[in-house]
Write a protein that binds this ligand. Structure first.
Ligand SMILES: C[S@@+](CC[C@H](N)C(=O)[O-])C[C@H]1O[C@@H](n2cnc3c(N)ncnc32)[C@H](O)[C@@H]1O
Length: 286
């Protein structure tokens, strides 16, 4: 079942043209693949007793949380909610391929606008999506009102976009990746003011009790997953688009050398590539 509510242009899916939407979906798929083990470990840590039956994945992206939750809770049905048609299409395709289409439905909704009719819920999962909301506090109160007694809200938030290079790289412009992030983060701060926020106090203010909190740090060497290189190329390519007008010319030239897949200084030729990221997880009861 696919349900649609009107969208008003705040969702991530509205910020880019068709190519941008596909690139974003590709990045989410790469992230899901490279960090699959870490996501599974977060899901297995959740303080839930009897398996939850009615689950919602808010801002589901291409479904990393949806499928991890389906695997952990075999009796559950997951509703995947997002404002992006492209992301939801990928969730539906994957559900069919995995033979679990009967346990997943998708709802297209702008969560900054009207709350979609999702019924009463045992578990709500919001990974890397809360900081996209214009008013996360209002969303948290809506979630609180839809949870069954004892129901759980899980918020997962990354500390930023993953890093791929060591600080001393590249040799001619050490620290380049950090400077690219600094410029990109300054640009994003206005658009995403809640990025990097401490959601613990916000959860308490919205009437939740924190049942668990943990910080998960992940390092995945490129030798463990071929997708690390592809993720680095796609991700840094996207950051390049955001910083090209602001970055120092020497840095931009060095970034372009890294992004040249055939060049002698290309990212894919480096043997020190590794994805590094930190995520904070809050499990909260209404
Ligand atoms: C960084 S992605 C996270 C996706 C996924 N949960 C994950 O952990 O990889 C953020 C997602 O939130 C969605 N999103 C952003 N703003 C939204 C809104 N106002 N309503 C619904 N979805 C939204 C985007 O389309 C995107 O799929």
């Amino acid at each position: 079942m696919t349900q649609t509510t009107p969208t008003h242009g705040h969702g991530h899916g509205h910020e880019y043209g068709q190519d941008g939407r596909v690139a974003m979906a590709d990045i989410l798929d790469l992230d899901a693949e490279v960090l699959a083990e870490h996501t599974a470990s977060i899901v297995s840590w959740l303080p839930v007793g009897d398996g939850p039956r009615r689950i919602v994945d808010l801002g589901c992206g291409t479904g990393v949380g949806t499928f991890a939750l389906l695997a952990r809770f075999p009796e559950a049905h997951v509703t995947a909610v997002d404002s992006s048609d492209e992301h939801l299409r990928r969730v539906q395709d994957k559900a069919r391929e995995a033979g679990v289409a009967g346990r997943v439905d998708t709802v297209r909704a702008d969560l900054d606008a009207a709350w979609p009719d999702l019924g009463r819920l045992d578990l709500v999962w919001a990974s890397a999506s809360l900081h996209h909301m214009a008013d996360p506090d209002r969303l948290l109160r809506r979630v609180r009102d839809t949870l069954t007694p004892g129901g759980l809200l899980v918020v997962v938030e990354p500390d930023g976009f993953p890093r791929f290079l060591p600080d001393h790289a590249p040799e001619e412009r050490p620290g380049l990746e950090g400077r690219c992030h600094d410029v990109a983060d300054r640009g994003a701060a206005e658009r995403l003011p809640h990025r990097g926020a401490d959601f613990g106090p916000m959860l308490v203010a919205a009437g939740f009790e924190i049942a668990g909190e943990r910080i998960v740090t992940a390092t995945v060497e490129h030798t463990r997953s071929r997708s690390v290189g592809r993720y680095a190329l796609t991700g840094l390519g996207r950051i390049r688009d955001a910083v090209a007008d602001t970055l120092a010319a020497e840095d931009l030239a060095a970034l372009d050398r890294l992004l040249d897949p055939d060049g002698p200084h290309g990212l894919l030729r480096r043997d020190d590539l590794a994805l590094r990221t930190t995520r904070t997880v809050w499990a909260a009861r209404a």
